[in-house]
Design a protein. Structure first.
Length: 213
């Protein structure tokens, strides 16, 4: 079964408001036809510029509330403290963002846990694939929003299931999904009235997700 990873963001999207977290998960469940293996992914960090850190108690609530609907929850981690916190939970995988300065965290992840890594070029894909066990590599352009042309510039004709396990899609439509049919698709997720750094045009609302779910 193909996977769709929904990036719920950090504290930016939910504002660390438990009622918003519940609404995000409720609305996802309402439109989910179970066609895909949907994984909920948050972002965990101590501090990252003007980003709002997700509180640990909010992640805990989100993790257990999503489990009631049968959803597995995990996170991208940006520091060791956040990774240690996440490892307290039974997660389906751990995400390393498209930032090679974070690759040292790979060695801190227990080998039994799959690691998903975003890269923005084919060379990094080769290097990480060769040195890392139990890994999935996602093609990613860290631009918000990105265009189809951006992905073509970064990956040329290699944006397919032979070269990459999936795509982290920051465009504003489903064209990349429809053209390449990736085994793993990662997209940002928001409510229609969400605001903040994680809620731009590149993030998909429940109504937009219903087009593919």
């Amino acid at each position: 079964m193909k996977q769709i990873i929904l990036d719920f963001g950090s504290g930016n999207t939910c504002l660390n408001d438990l009622s918003i977290v519940v609404q995000m998960i409720d609305e996802l469940y309402t439109i989910d036809t179970k066609k895909y293996d949907v994984i909920i992914k948050w972002q965990l960090f101590k501090q990252a510029g003007s980003n709002i850190s997700l509180r640990q108690d909010v992640f805990d609530l989100a993790y257990h509330y999503a489990a009631k609907y049968g959803y597995k929850t995990t996170a991208s981690v940006f520091d060791k403290e956040s990774l240690d916190f996440l490892l307290q939970y039974n997660v389906p995988m751990i995400k390393i963002a498209n930032n090679r300065k974070l690759d040292w965290l790979i060695e801190e992840v227990p080998r039994k846990i799959p690691i998903y890594i975003s890269v923005d070029n084919v060379l990094d894909r080769h290097e990480l694939f060769m040195i890392t066990e139990n890994v999935k590599i996602l093609a990613c352009v860290s631009k918000y929003p990105a265009t189809e042309e951006d992905y073509k510039d970064h990956f040329g004709n290699y944006l397919n299931n032979i070269w990459f396990d999936g795509v982290s899609d920051h465009t504003t439509n489903w064209n990349i999904y429809k053209k390449y049919q990736p085994e793993i698709l990662e997209v940002h997720y928001k409510l229609p009235d969400s605001t903040g750094l994680d809620a731009g045009d590149f993030a998909r609302t429940p109504q937009q997700l219903a087009e593919v779910l």
